[in-house]
Write a protein that binds this ligand. Structure first.
Ligand SMILES: C[S@@+](CC[C@H](N)C(=O)[O-])C[C@H]1O[C@@H](n2cnc3c(N)ncnc32)[C@H](O)[C@@H]1O
Length: 220
């Protein structure tokens, strides 16, 4: 059911633009707004780093990480998302795409990563009580965990429902997500052994849309 929901989402979500406003063919975007917010520097990676993205979708951010000289591994539940990623980024050196659930992948994987990230990805859609210990197992000591997602609706915390609309006459598809305010995220991360945890809401760019982006960063 969850895989179907994300395959449906994949059909509704267009590919990333060929170039961004700066004329770059790859770039990193933590937010839901184009040409907005910080970039890959948040991950502290260098050539030769091993980096894992949980819920890589169509692979735009992951491809950028690969162009920085890192081994860039992406895992995603949705075959439709991964097909789109493969179609666009197949020629990118050091890019590895894996189909599956993020928690299953982390549990089976034996590699160690210098950074793990997720942009509106599997970290948002997996119970942190289960996912964070699995991430820590695979993150080298001192490695970076960073993720972004929409901030919670005030008063709606913990496990929430996301609905994907389909055609008229069909019920929406539902996936679970986990929403917390920034101070709760830093506390949850500390409880799971992460250090230097910070969580902040980046304001939306000027315009009619007002919802910012929560960006969370911690050290393993
Ligand atoms: C909102 S999309 C974001 C995709 C991408 N990170 C981006 O910024 O465009 C969420 C992605 O997470 C994937 N996903 C959700 N839950 C997952 C899980 N438990 N394991 C792996 N991937 C998951 C979905 O298939 C989808 O591609």
């Amino acid at each position: 059911m969850t895989e179907t929901a994300w395959d449906t989402y994949a059909q509704q979500k267009p590919q990333r633009r060929p170039v961004n406003a700066a004329g770059e063919t790859t770039w990193f975007n933590w937010t839901q707004y184009p040409d907005h917010g910080p970039g890959a520097e948040i991950l502290g990676i260098s050539p030769g780093s091993a980096v894992l993205e949980l819920g890589c979708g169509k692979g735009g951010n992951l491809a950028h990480v690969a162009t920085l000289g890192a081994r860039a591994v992406g895992v995603d539940l949705s075959l439709a998302q991964l097909k789109a990623a493969n179609a666009r980024w197949a020629d990118t050196a050091q890019l590895e795409l894996r189909q599956g659930d993020a928690l299953d992948f982390l549990t089976r994987c034996t590699d160690t990563f210098d950074a793990v990230f997720s942009v509106f990805g599997a970290v948002w859609f997996t119970d942190p009580a289960r996912l964070l210990p699995a991430i820590r197992e695979r993150l080298r000591p001192g490695g970076v965990l960073a993720f972004s997602q929409r901030p919670p609706v005030e008063g709606c915390y913990g496990c929430q429902a996301s609905y994907f609309t389909r055609s008229e006459g069909e019920d929406p598809l539902v996936v679970k997500r986990w929403d917390y305010e920034p101070p709760s995220w830093t506390q949850i991360l500390r409880e799971h052994g992460f250090t230097d945890a910070t969580a902040r809401v980046l304001p939306a760019p000027a315009g009619s849309r007002k919802i910012g982006t929560m960006l969370v960063h911690a050290t393993g």
